[in-house]
Design a protein around this ligand. Structure first.
Ligand code: NDP
Ligand SMILES: O=C1OC[C@@H](O)[C@H](O)[C@H]1O
Length: 385
């Protein structure tokens, strides 16, 4: 059967737009995804048309691909099926809304928006207009993540009661990020939480929340601490403790809560020697054993299943990246399949779950006293940022 072809429009030409587009251009057959195919048909840069043209030629795109010098023209292009939004967090609400208002489906980089109120409005608009919308949390679509969620659902490690996830870089923050880089710049909704902490939350949510039947998923309570970066006020370190209700009293003697510990830091590393000597950044602990995940939490490479004593052998599973990809093609394939099947959201990360995660981050910022400039917290539209 012929593959379902999706025509992408790329909004912005920065680092992740390059990486994502490179992955789109890898032949899906190398990852056994012959049911879908991707074409990059338009690229827009708010800086200049030349930048968009350079982006297209640097990727070696030889099929017809339009270059635009503004996002408005991109979202009006009738050849585009779906827009990939690759701008800083601060701009997601305005940029996604622009695309939705123009009738386009959207895949938007993480963190979805600056706050949950913005996310909710985007979802409302997408639903009203029958458009597909998804937060691009790529890690969720890795075969590794899918396998681990299935193992948990099959009861491989029993009831999962605790998950620890650490997404931390040990950078010389002042030298590496300065004050204006999007990683630390409050004007761009920078900081460890929205940039990296979301991956720790992803691991906590995809193991403790997403693995439950939908009607049993309940938002967690959260307590947290935050350390501001002295030069900008954005968080350089955030530590979160989440507590999920697990069962009703009628379920008998089971614990009533599972705990997620979500860590993020840009000054101390989860993997200081970059050889994994510090141990797994993710531990998923159940009553019958543990799953440990290795590699960066956003791009894990392997996992180990450690049964409780007497429960069998340790198993190690390597998860390669076919075609030398970064691993972003798996989320792109998910978008293509959803569009093919007429789905308006992805099962891997339902919109309701994106809202709950944004609400957790709102609460953590409230507890830590981190607010961003009013303009980027606003739900007003359109706004010139
Ligand atoms: N999934 C992943 O692994 C990763 C995801 N990300 C996410 O992707 C998004 C972008 O990050 P990244 O690509 O690293 O960022 P970059 O700074 O490299 O690129 C952002 C691009 O957004 C456009 N832009 C529009 N307005 C602004 C503005 N006011 N300031 C800066 N840029 C602007 C620019 O493109 P132009 O001039 O062409 O319009 C710019 O090149 C973020 O949401 C981030 O969290 C980032 C890295 C990895
Ligand atoms: O999303 C991300 O994942 C990879 C990191 O290097 C990057 O800073 C972050 O934005």
């Amino acid at each position: 059967m012929a593959p379902h072809i999706v025509r992408w429009g790329i909004m912005a030409t920065g680092w992740i737009a390059e990486t994502f587009t490179n992955d789109l251009l890898i032949d899906p057959n190398v990852r056994d995804a012959s049911d879908v195919a991707h074409q990059v048909v338009a690229v827009a840069s708010s800086s200049s048309k030349e930048k968009a043209e350079q982006f297209i030629s640097a990727r070696g795109i030889t099929t017809p691909c339009s270059a635009y010098d503004d996002y408005e023209t991109l979202v009006a292009d009738p050849n585009v099926d779906v827009i990939y939004v690759a701008t800083p967090h601060s701009h997601h609400y305005q940029n996604v809304r622009l695309a939705l208002e123009a009738g386009k489906n959207v895949l938007c980089e993480k963190a979805f928006t600056v706050n949950a109120a913005q996310t909710k409005i985007l979802i409302e608009i997408a639903r009203k207009k029958n458009l597909f919308l998804m937060e691009a949390v790529w890690t969720r679509y890795f075969p590794l993540s899918i396998q681990i969620r299935e193992l948990i659902q099959k009861g491989e490690i029993g009831e999962v009661l605790r998950v620890v996830a650490d997404t931390s870089f040990g950078d010389d923050v002042e030298t590496k990020w300065g004050t204006t880089h999007r990683m630390v710049n409050p004007d761009l909704a920078g900081g460890a939480l929205l940039d990296l902490g979301i991956y720790s939350l992803t691991w906590v949510f995809q193991t403790l929340y997403h693995t439950l039947p939908r009607d049993q998923r309940k938002p967690p309570t959260v307590t947290s601490q935050m350390t501001p970066y002295h030069l900008t006020g954005a968080d350089e370190s955030t530590t979160m403790l989440l507590s999920f209700p697990t069962s009703t009293p009628s379920n008998g003697p089971h614990p009533q809560q599972s705990h997620g510990v979500a860590l993020t830091n840009i000054r101390v590393s989860a993997d200081p020697d970059e050889k994994g000597s510090a141990g797994p950044p993710i531990r998923i602990q159940g009553t019958k054993g543990e799953i440990q995940v290795y590699g960066q939490p956003f791009r894990p490479e392997s996992y180990r299943i450690i049964p409780k004593k007497g429960g069998g052998e340790i198993r190690e599973v390597q998860c390669p990246f076919p075609g030398n990809g970064k691993g972003m093609y798996w989320e792109a394939d998910e978008v293509a399949r959803c569009l093919r099947d007429g789905k308006l959201e992805s099962e891997g990360l339902p919109l309701e779950e994106s809202i709950v995660i944004m609400e957790v981050m709102d609460e953590v910022r409230k507890q830590g006293g981190l607010t961003y400039p009013q303009k980027i917290e606003s739900t007003e539209y359109p706004l010139q940022l």
